[in-house]
Design a protein around this ligand. Sequence first.
Ligand SMILES: [Ca+2]
Ligand SMILES: [Ca+2]
Length: 98
Amino acid sequence: MRILTLILAASLTVAGGALAQTAPQTPAVQDRPVDPDRIIKRLDKDNDQQISQAEWTEGGRNARGFARYDTDSNGQLDMIEVQAMATALTQRRASRGQ
Ligand SMILES: [Ca+2]
Ligand SMILES: [Ca+2]
């Protein structure tokens, strides 16, 4: 009976260790700020340093998101607006990570 208890305790310890290893760790990506340059580079197809609504939706994003970030409503996301978007995304990421 004592041996059985020992085996049980040992297997519980192993299980506990495995559980600790699979526990979610904060991925480094969450700490990294969103880079506005990368957003522009990825979405700006005609290289005018602005993202038009067509360029935005081409990337699979919905138009409502575009309108939210196009704060002067000129149909283009310029560097300032993309920077504001990157800041908002970074903050959202950070709050999700907590
Ligand atoms: Ca463009
Ligand atoms: Ca704009």
